[in-house]
Design a protein around this ligand. Structure first.
Ligand code: AMP
Length: 294
């Protein structure tokens, strides 16, 4: 069957209803377009988890701040449709802004606790915009499964909590970050980087690796963060919004790595804001205390 491109909510609902009537399951991958191999990984994951795969392409205005890059956000619908076709997407949902945000709308979804730290502290309203649009897209596409990248770790946690708090019947599948060979996390915003900024940006991955390696030696997050920050400053990345080691579930900062943790970073390289994160394992108790005779 050729891939469908659907841009109205009623038409998308009708298609979803037909699939559901036929007993078919639906996987959903929301995106803002400018698709790359990271998005493709999500689509592949969705493809194998359900009978039907829907991708949305919607540059969501409510998740951009007034001084952010909404107007210049990269758009390439033809390339995106080609990419979707090659990932065997059944339907691409491309709603116009007025379909998602009818004039005079008032309702929002807010996950205040998980939205407050990290990116939330620098992008007020961002996660309200994300949660609201994802809820609306879920309500139209009625998926059993939806895939989200760990690249946007805080977003993943906000969506998981929204689904849990509102008892939505959707399984959220986290997908590991897809990286360039030199470690840079794939992002639609990487195309803003000049060649020299592109090579500077690899320090973000090296800094995260530094923290991860250090965590085998110490549980002290202040020391780990200092070592990670040093890698960034060596690469002349000085505009660091945050470099934090947080509880992997609550996103609260940790002083000691005594539970599953995540090291998260947001920094500007030139005028481009990049984010990345890695899981951090605590050193095994026996390693930390040495394995000498008792
Ligand atoms: P975006 O189009 O940037 O809103 O991203 C759409 C989805 O793709 C989100 O769930 C992102 O976390 C995910 N994503 C973006 N970049 C990557 C990447 N490099 N690896 C894995 N998933 C990604």
């Amino acid at each position: 069957m050729p891939m469908l491109t659907i841009s109205t909510i009623p038409a998308m609902r009708q298609q979803v209803a037909a699939w559901r009537r036929a007993g078919q399951t639906i996987a959903f991958v929301p995106t803002m377009g400018a698709l790359h191999a990271g998005h493709a990984r999500l689509l592949q994951e969705g493809r194998r988890r359900a009978d039907r795969l829907i991708a949305s392409i919607f540059v969501n205005p409510t998740q951009f701040g007034p001084t952010e890059d909404l107007a210049k956000y990269p758009r390439d619908l033809d390339g995106d449709l080609e990419q979707c076709r090659s990932c065997a997407v059944d339907a691409v949902f491309t709603p116009p802004v007025e379909a998602i945000y009818p004039p005079g709308d008032q309702t929002v979804i807010e996950v205040p606790g998980l939205s407050a730290p990290l990116c939330g502290a620098f992008r007020p309203g961002h996660f309200r915009g994300v949660a609201t649009v994802v809820y609306k897209l879920f309500a139209t596409t009625l998926p059993q499964v939806a895939c989200f990248g760990e690249k946007d770790y805080q977003q993943l946690k906000v969506i998981e909590r929204m689904v849990r708090d509102l008892s939505l019947p959707v399984e959220i599948v986290p997908v590991p970050t897809v990286r360039e060979p030199d470690g840079l996390a794939l992002s639609s915003r990487n195309q803003y980087l000049s060649p020299s900024e592109r090579s500077q940006a690899t320090a973000i991955w090296r800094a995260l690796q530094q923290v991860r390696a250090g965590a085998a030696e110490t549980r002290d997050t202040a020391a780990l963060i200092a070592a990670g920050r040093a890698v960034l400053s060596d690469a002349r990345i000085t505009q660091i919004q945050y470099f934090a080691i947080v509880d992997a579930e609550t996103l609260e900062p940790l002083t000691t790595i005594d539970r599953p943790a995540r090291c998260c970073v947001a920094a500007y390289v030139g005028t481009t804001r990049l984010i990345d994160n890695v899981p951090i394992c605590a050193p095994a108790k026996s390693e930390e205390m040495g394995s000498g005779p008792i």
